[in-house]
Design a protein around this ligand. Sequence first.
Ligand SMILES: Nc1ncnc2c1ncn2[C@@H]1O[C@H](COP(=O)(O)OP(=O)(O)OP(=O)(O)O)[C@@H](O)[C@H]1O
Length: 391
Amino acid sequence: MAQAASVVSRLARTAGRQAVTSVRGAMRSRLADSFAQETVDEIFAFALKKQTGVSLKYMLDFGANPIQHQMILSAQFLHRELPVRLAHRVAELENLPYGLSSKPHVLKVRDWYVESFLNLRAFPAVKNIQDEKKFTELLQLIYSRHANVVPLMAKGVAELRHELASEVGLNELPEIHQFLDGFYLSRIGIRFLIGQHIELHAKPMENHIGMICTRCSPWRVSQDAIDDARSICQREYGTAPEVEIYGDSGITFAYVPSHIHSMVFELVKNSLRAVNDRFNEQESPAIRLVVAEGAEDVTIKVSDEGGGIPRSGVPRIWTYLYSTAPSPLPIMDDEGSDGPTVLAGYGYGLPLSRLYARYFGGDLQVISMDGYGTDAYLHLNRLGNMQEPLP
Ligand SMILES: Nc1ncnc2c1ncn2[C@@H]1O[C@H](COP(=O)(O)OP(=O)(O)OP(=O)(O)O)[C@@H](O)[C@H]1O
């Protein structure tokens, strides 16, 4: 697992470096159309700085006693680190192939990154708890500004796919997938760091250090995710197959419950759809979810008898915008408001869930038995001492 994650981070770092070096000319000119030369130069300089990763364990040790001194240290770290990470992403967004950089939705996302970069750079050094409080307000603003980045990027990529559909399928555009993987992975990291700092200010919850629950129960979180996925399935299909949980209900470990929830939700949602589509009105076999604890990982397996995935289609399930569900397009309005959650259709569920798992050194594997069903293995790194993968 650690090996897989380090390969991801190595690939992502290489891609990031290439983007930064080759972007020099294009970035300076396109950015200069919308921003002052001084801003362009500053972003360019920050895009060449090295990003600094943290581990879940570091966050746990650091946030165990969020005394004022630590809050200030955390704010100082973010004040230094976030502009570097944002500048790296601006550089990439300016240098995308096939004209993706000039798509209005992508430009809008880029402008959010530039705005947040400028806000952070304009903020004076954090020296005391008053500065730290104001800085946290800025972090809140940035956090909500970027809330709809995923749907907006999806819209830009969907537009590109539509344009190129006659020449080449998006699945044949590995650069776009590599970019999106790195971009979304970085976003997960940025939002986790900001979210963690903001949460340290919230009313303390038992066994919680910010967003991390030190006694997170994968069983309980999975049960919630199952309930949520089944209720959406019920709404769409009028019925929802049973989901049975097996394994040790007493397992607890330090992890971010909201991450587990969203990954399990996606997996169960996929299984519900497959089983429902295969069995229609007939009585369907239950989906089985197993929770197991090993020395390194907590693994959650979701197995269904929904007919599986044809072998030739398996690599495509990891690509963005591949879905066999009828598209719920228009994806979202310009502001990216999601509307009601639907059971499937964007093709983001699996690739994004895998990134969430990899962010903390875990992984997601999907093994299909065509004609029978699918097993998804979600490996969660229980030690959390992996360094963040940094694209
Ligand atoms: N358990 C499964 N059984 C059969 N096919 C599956 C299963 N899980 C995934 N797939 C296939 O992989 C495709 C991509 O899945 P993914 O979760 O990435 O996107 P989606 O569910 O179509 O859309 P969304 O972005 O809303 O999650 C699905 O459309 C489906 O064809």
